[in-house]
Ligand binder design. Sequence first.
Ligand SMILES: Nc1ncnc2c1ncn2[C@@H]1O[C@H](COP(=O)(O)OP(=O)(O)OP(=O)(O)O)[C@@H](O)[C@H]1O
Ligand SMILES: CCCC(=O)O
Length: 358
Amino acid sequence: MSEVFRLLIINPGSTSTKIAIYDNEKPVLEETLRHSTEELSKYSKIYDQYEFRKNIILETLNEKGINLTKLSAVVGRGGLLKPIAGGTYKVNERMLEDLKVGVLGEHASNLGGILAHEIASQLNIPAFIVDPVVVDEMEEVARISGMPELERKSIFHALNQKAVARRAAKELGKAYNEVNLIVAHLGGGISVGAHKNGRVIDVNNALDGEGPFSPERTGGLPVGDLVKLCFSGKYTLADMKKKIKGNGGLVAYLGTNDAREVVKMIENGDKKAELVYKAMAYQVAKEIGSLAAVLEGKVDGIILTGGIAYDKRFTKWIIDRVSFISKVFVYPGEDEMIALAEGGLRVLRGEEEAKVYN
Ligand SMILES: Nc1ncnc2c1ncn2[C@@H]1O[C@H](COP(=O)(O)OP(=O)(O)OP(=O)(O)O)[C@@H](O)[C@H]1O
Ligand SMILES: CCCC(=O)O
């Protein structure tokens, strides 16, 4: 019989920490620990939340009767590190430093590696992160923005995009590195990536004003008008950043980041809500079309995933525009917890070597 590895998975999000215990690929515990705005607003930096989240995780595991000494490894969602290739990375000192200072910025997933390390080091077992948001496999040509000072960056939902891409490849009867896919993650942020033979060769920076607008982010903007707004004297740098990320997209037009609320508005006859929501689908379809050109038309499948992919009306608007390109797979929600477990297992089983962050 093959060995059973028991893994603790930690996925910190902006309003929750998802934890799970896996025995190999089988989940034996899954919990979403929600954190209220009040609880989190006490901390000025993401790193300051570390002790608070660690205690809740350990208390929950204790309440559920989980014996930590039986764990083989702890796997966390990785954060805004320096750009790296996809895969599983062993948490090391350099990574911890970069996660603590937020070398590329603040993101809840910065806590993933830190929490995994803290718990694993007490138990003398390894800590890993898998496919962090900074996975960078972009081709050189995709990095050129048009302004030499501003290089395009790869920041996206790498973990879920790669997980669902592997799932679609399996459905197509092929390995991930044998197919070309376009993946659109439709969450609070939206990222659309071109996966060519297992590498994401182009993708919009989902955190910082590229690609389609999303429930709370603007995506790409008319740049001349944006510059005028920045110098209008009406806004500070912090105001403008918040307008782009947090208060952009559906929030700016309709006052909510919850697509389900928008669906209700539309059902109540709100024409503006319908136009804005349709525009978001239109922009996603347009991004998919541009990545079909990146893949020179050789597209084995298009995948729609993330929370908004639960909404059939929204996915239909996209499918109507892109189904001429390739078959469309709809995988609502996200596969992040199992993707983290699988990344850890590949290393523990010796199928893949853990990569080193430096
Ligand atoms: N059944 C549904 N119909 C329409 N929208 C939905 C449905 N379920 C969730 N959503 C929407 O999905 C969005 C959140 O998606 P998701 O949970 O993937 O995002 P997140 O994890 O908060 O952020 P991100 O995916 O960017 O990391 C919200 O706008 C939510 O309203
Ligand atoms: C860009 C990666 C994840 C997010 O939307 O916050």
